[in-house]
Design a protein around this ligand. Structure first.
Ligand code: NCD
Length: 315
């Protein structure tokens, strides 16, 4: 595997072994000095053409904990503002000797284009509405750590609720969860579902109350107002009443059920209760696991097998 641009590029078996590697990384992250020399001498560049807090910091933390050198490309202060094309930017940065680009772009497909212009590994950190593979891996890892059996998500019923239409997280999660053996139901009004669900291995339900008491995982999506060209729900308040997680719905969840969200949350829209007071909320655990999972991906793409085993603390 040279790149990670889509969950499509991974078999169920490959996902399992990345999650096993993430377990080893989580162990590194618990050490007093959470750092290993595995990627010393490698350079990882984050190239974010769209706003991000957690994903960019998570990748940069992951790269640093593996001792890679990191560079951040900030679009707002770059030559892109002088009209430089994406291709020129990539070729210029590549010429400095880069091993991996972590790319986020508002246009679907950009990570594939970029991989034609450089020899570096490309990791997709979100392209348009299309894919966000490391988010799906960290979500799968979080569920597996809490509820998984046989190394996967066999037998679990996961509801993904909300703005599926604009969500690269939903597209990637559906693929990853089902490849690991889970059953996925999408819960949304018709206006927030993709025009066609052909080829999606899911069932659809438009009433959250019909299944909330039966699911193992409630995955809430952010209402992606900035990606909507027109108003797709009568009002955010009406959406929240029908699909938001409030106290009444939270009480109907099974005792073991997890509540997840990729962040950033719209409080009062998809989540009305305070997540900090929810028994099953693993939202901050998702963020913490993101570092271990991204370490696993970087190591898998750039590392050389045995280097991780070094127990010296990597200094
Ligand atoms: C997601 C994204 O950017 O796709 N956020 C993230 O990476 N944690 C989800 C979102 O923006 O709703």
């Amino acid at each position: 595997m040279k790149h990670l641009r889509s969950i499509d590029e991974l078999s169920g078996e490959a996902i399992r072994s990345l999650l096993d590697l993430a377990d080893a990384m989580a162990e590194v992250n618990q050490r007093p000095i959470p750092k290993v020399p595995a990627l010393r001498g490698r350079t990882v560049v984050s190239l974010f053409f769209e706003d991000s807090t957690r994903t960019r910091l998570s990748f940069e933390t992951a790269a640093k904990r593996l001792s890679a050198d990191t560079m951040t490309f900030s679009v707002s202060t770059s030559s892109v503002n002088k009209g430089e094309s994406l291709r020129d930017t990539i070729e210029t940065v590549s010429a400095m000797g880069v091993d991996a680009f972590v790319v986020r772009h508002r246009t679907s497909g950009v990570p594939w284009q970029i991989s034609q212009w450089t020899d570096a590994a490309i990791i997709n950190a979100g392209d348009g509405w299309h894919q966000h593979p490391t988010q799906a891996l960290l979500d799968a890892y979080t569920i597996r750590t809490r509820l998984g059996c046989s190394g996967g998500l066999e037998g679990l019923h996961i509801a993904i609720v909300g703005d599926v239409k604009h969500s690269r997280v939903a597209r990637s999660d559906v693929q990853a969860f089902t490849k690991l053996g889970a059953r996925v139901t999408l819960v949304a009004p018709a206006t927030l579902l993709p025009a066609s669900l052909e080829g999606w291995p899911v069932t659809v339900c438009n009433n959250l109350d019909d299944l909330i008491a039966d699911i193992d995982v409630l995955y809430l999506l952010r209402m992606q107002i900035e990606r909507q060209e027109q108003s797709l729900v009568p009002s955010l308040r009406e959406y929240s009443t029908r699909f938001g997680l409030d106290d009444v719905r939270a009480r109907r969840l099974q005792d073991h059920a997890l509540v997840m969200h990729p962040g950033p949350m719209n409080r009062g829209v998809e989540i009305v209760v305070d997540p900090a007071l929810l028994r099953g909320s693993v939202i901050t655990e998702q963020v913490a696991n993101g570092v271990s999972v991204r370490m696993a991906v970087l190591f898998h793409l750039l590392g050389q097998g045995s280097e991780l085993v070094d127990e010296s603390g990597g200094q």
